[in-house]
Design a protein around this ligand. Structure first.
Ligand code: BES
Ligand code: MN
Ligand code: MN
Length: 461
């Protein structure tokens, strides 16, 4: 009955729900680039307005050391459970711009093979404006149909894509305000539009930058080449040595604390549908590659990794310049799994990288932001409520999965606020998050708005 009312309200407001999201996507809220500061504030202001219109109370833009958090709440009865919704309004930089088929902040709707009903193409469409905004519209729908069964608090931040440096201190200062029973987040993916799934874990992250210095200045590569260490050649060798022939990571101590899964747990994981041929086709690769002894899903879900995110130095401009560069740089990230600590792994990496440098160069290693891995117990009330909600709207039980991505603040929600997080994502891994032509299925957007109220219902029951 209630779901009928919700469906009716959703059906008669579909177009507006979509247009409001398109408007939000037009603001380039790129947290990594200081020149977008006013766009960040504009986005926070827009979300504040939308929360007020949807029926939230005490809506405010809370200043932090960095970009503000948008907060709002609806307390219907203090004796009822409280759902705390988390999302982020910041997006990744859109570069490289020339690889976009349409401008990243001028959303357009196009049909694709995976999204025959159409998808919204824009930076942030899926990660995370589209998924975050589903919660605002689901809330509006519950308010307008008188079906909100419990209390709700919104916490929408603007620094997720840069590691949430200000949110940690902010939640510690606002523990009372954020009191609740569960954190609800839509910022992950499902397996496919006809295969719902819920992540029961996220990987952690240690992010490093390395600088290798050879001679004190750029040199003529003919005059000096062959006699002086080339820092780019050396850096490449050092990076290559971080994996062995089985693609195991060679940093001493790296695997010491890694939680190994039992044969039963791995057998359970292997039940998740996975189509390797489609995976390869989507990425246009001839073969997958990864740590020996593990499946593709295990490699991204339960195993730690080490990847170069960027490497630079020397001459990269047009044409050829013969130069033996003075310096080479790389950004290297490691995805972590339960029991690994971001700080410990950063330290192990730094020590190792310094130790393998030949005498002919100097090496400097610095750590950027990090985050701890998390697991969500699938037997918990929250996970079960999410599972029932999806089962109802998709017509099949969602598969428990482990996500390869990271949301660094989630571990702190548990540690500082004592709450588990439900990773109630509706996007697809193939939606090109962080890539050119990011998109979000219209089917996924509406499905999320339809499913979220059922989470509230089953969590409150
Ligand atoms: N929403 C993603 C994380 C994600 C994506 C999880 C897909 C599962 C599936 C989030 O916005 C993100 O990109 N996180 C960063 C962390 C970072 C910038 C500190 C990541 O995982 O690289
Ligand atoms: Mn995200
Ligand atoms: Mn992201």
């Amino acid at each position: 009955m209630e779901q009928n009312q919700i469906q009716t309200y959703l059906n008669s407001n579909k177009e507006r729900f979509l247009n409001e999201l398109l408007d939000l996507l037009k603001i380039p809220s790129i947290s990594a680039k200081p020149e977008h500061k006013s766009d960040m504030n504009k986005t926070a202001e827009a979300i504040k307005q939308r929360l007020i219109e949807a029926g939230a109370d005490k809506v405010e833009i809370c200043p932090t050391k960095g970009y503000p958090v948008v907060y709002g709440e609806k307390i219907i009865d203090p004796s009822k459970p409280t759902v705390v919704v988390y999302g982020h309004y910041d997006v990744q930089p859109a570069d490289p711009l020339d690889l976009w088929d349409s401008p990243p902040f001028e959303p357009v709707i196009k049909k694709t093979e995976v999204h025959p009903e159409g998808a919204i193409f824009a930076r942030g469409a899926c990660d995370d404006k589209g998924q975050m905004y589903m919660h605002v519209k689901a809330f509006e729908t519950m308010m307008k149909t008188n079906t909100l069964p419990c209390n709700v608090k919104f916490m929408i931040e603007g620094e997720e894509e840069v590691g949430s440096p200000s949110l940690g201190p902010w939640i510690i200062e606002n523990k009372e305000k954020l009191k609740g029973d569960i954190i609800l987040i839509s910022d992950t993916s499902i397996i496919a539009n006809d295969i719902p799934s819920i992540d029961s874990g996220l990987r952690g992250l240690a992010y490093m930058e390395v600088e290798v210095t050879g001679p004190n200045r750029d040199l003529h590569s003919g005059v000096y080449g062959g006699a002086v260490a080339n820092p780019i050649n050396i850096l490449c060798k050092m990076i290559a040595s971080c994996h062995d022939e089985n693609n195991h990571i060679t940093v001493p101590g790296f695997y010491d604390k890694v939680q190994e899964l039992s044969a039963e747990e791995r057998a359970e994981m292997a039940k998740a549908p996975f189509n390797l041929e489609e995976y390869k086709k989507d990425l246009d690769i001839n073969e997958e590659r990864g740590e020996k002894g593990y499946s593709t899903n295990e490699r991204t879900g339960i195993r730690p990794t080490l990847d170069v995110n960027g490497i630079w130095g020397g001459y990269t401009g047009e044409g050829a310049k013969t130069v033996l560069p003075s310096k080479a740089f790389a950004k290297i990230s490691m995805r972590l799994v339960p029991n690994q600590s971001s700080k410990e792994i950063s330290d192990l990496f730094a020590k190792h990288f310094e130790s393998i440098a030949p005498k002919s160069v100097k090496v400097k290693v610095t750590a950027h932001h990090g985050g701890e891995p998390v697991v969500v117990p699938i037997t918990s009330k929250g996970f079960q409520a999410a599972s029932k909600a999806m089962e109802e709207t998709y017509g099949k039980k969602p598969v428990p999965t482990r996500s390869g991505g990271s949301i660094p603040i989630v571990a702190l929600f548990k540690k500082e606020l004592g709450m588990d997080s439900i990773l109630f994502g509706f996007g697809l891994d193939s939606d090109a998050l962080h890539s050119p032509n990011e998109h979000y299925g219209i089917f996924n957007y509406y499905k999320g708005i339809e499913t979220i109220p059922l989470f509230y219902k089953y969590f409150t029951a």
